[in-house]
Design a protein around this ligand. Structure first.
Ligand code: SDX
Length: 377
């Protein structure tokens, strides 16, 4: 049941819980949200319709979608307290450290009015987190870049509004908006990854939603997890400079060298991450329409081509994951790499919220309490 850890003979501890939200088949490279295939959702649905699906279990009718958009707009205002938290950080702070603090501040406000009463019935708290996070991430970006905050424009869609708040003016570029909607959808949930497991673990102790989200952000920040997208683009730019792809491949294979090929490998996928396939095509689409030089895309494709023929990667079933191509698209849109992981967190807030409510409302939930393999005397 939810939150229990079990040991398998290989002494690899796996957190296991029951869920109806996301399904992954790591061997076949399959990902489904509430039974809907990710490729179909990314191609044919807005991100707000996918948020609705993850929260309520079904895709919305147009009437339900309209009402839901209104609800998101009504709960998107960021409090003065959170604004002051952002302003209190030095401009040199990593945006993920500021986002951790923003959710922590929201947990204080929740606790002031609700104490330790964790409320699994009222989805409004979760919707308010999902509604506020684009503005919070945009404010963090503008704070560290010494720019005035931009007001939300609720006439725009969720993704368009985010771009408007980041860049400070309406980005009337449907190509960018569609690409960002797709990126949000592909990053929204992913079963029991490290950050979602952290959200469930913290929530299973009775901590409120916002405190659990703060733990999720802190976990996603790590370069082995959500921080990989920023590391991928830095790696591609390094390869572009050095012009020597093979050296990076050899470094990644050298077990004496801690360097890993960023954006490659996965705890679950031992096949191509379906999200990477969708993002690879989206890269093509956006770069060719922008007639932008796709040097980084060419390097990524060359890296992939060499790695997928290399014994080391083949025997270890290492394939591109969601982070391998996402940064190239965000780079093309003009988003700096320091914001890639906060954007991942923005999208994953939906999955964390859905999973937290599922856990809190599961009568079987017990506090998550991993055991250890004692190797001492
Ligand atoms: C995300 O869990 C999720 O669902 C996460 C995520 C989500 O949506 O929430 O999908 C998002 O976090 C994607 C992963 C992003 N991280 C990276 O791209 C960083 C680079 N990748 C690696 O750090 C690594 O692949 C991990 C952390 C993702 C997985 O590491 P594991 O569990 O150690 O991988 P493994 O057990 O499959 O490794 C088997 C072997 C080991 O070598 P040997 O000991 O057998 O000699 O493969 C090696 C590893 O060292 N290996 C790599 C490698 N990844 C694994 N070698 C070189 N480059 C790599 N990228």
């Amino acid at each position: 049941t939810t939150g229990l850890f079990t040991y398998d003979p290989g002494f690899v501890s796996t957190a296991s819980c029951s869920s109806t939200i996301t399904f992954i088949d790591g061997d076949e490279g399959v990902l489904k949200y509430r039974g809907h295939d990710i490729a179909d959702l990314a191609e044919n649905n807005s991100f707000t319709a996918v948020i609705y699906l993850l929260l309520y279990g079904e895709l919305p009718s147009s009437e339900q979608h309209k009402k839901f958009l209104l609800k998101i707009q009504e709960s998107s205002k960021v409090s003065e307290q959170v604004t002051n938290v952002i302003k209190a950080f030095p401009k040199t702070a990593h945006p993920m450290s500021i986002l951790v603090a923003c959710f922590a501040n929201l947990s204080a406000s929740y606790h002031e009015t609700h104490g330790n009463n964790v409320n699994g019935e009222d989805l409004d708290f979760g919707i308010s987190a999902i509604a506020q996070v684009p503005a919070i991430v945009a404010m963090i970006y503008r704070h560290i870049n010494n720019q005035e905050f931009t007001n939300a424009n609720n006439k725009l869609s969720y993704s368009e509004n985010f771009l408007n708040m980041i860049f400070g003016s309406a980005v009337n570029n449907t190509l960018f908006v569609k690409a960002l909607d797709k990126i949000f959808t592909l990053h929204a949930d992913h079963e029991q990854n490290a950050s979602t497991a952290a959200v469930r673990l913290v929530g299973s102790a009775g901590s409120n939603l916002f405190a659990s989200l703060s733990a999720g952000v802190a976990t996603l920040w790590g370069p082995a997890h959500g921080g990989a997208n920023e590391a991928v683009i830095n790696m591609l730019k390094e390869i572009e400079q050095s012009g020597d792809v093979d050296r990076f491949i050899e470094k990644a294979k050298d077990d004496k060298d801690p360097f890993k090929l960023m954006g490659f490998g996965h705890r679950v996928y031992k096949n191509y991450d379906p999200r990477a396939l969708i993002l690879k095509d989206a890269c093509h689409e956006i770069l060719s329409k922008l007639e932008q030089n796709n040097e980084l895309l060419e390097i990524a494709k060359k890296l992939e081509e060499i790695a997928l023929k290399d014994e080391y990667f083949i025997t270890r079933k290492l394939y591109p994951n969601v982070d391998f191509y996402s940064g190239i698209i965000m780079n093309a849109i003009g988003i700096p790499s320091s914001m890639f992981t906060p954007i991942f967190a923005l999208a994953r807030t939906t999955g964390w919220v859905a999973q937290w409510y599922e856990m809190v409302n599961d009568k079987e939930t017990k506090i998550c309490r991993p055991r250890q393999l004692y190797l001492g005397k």
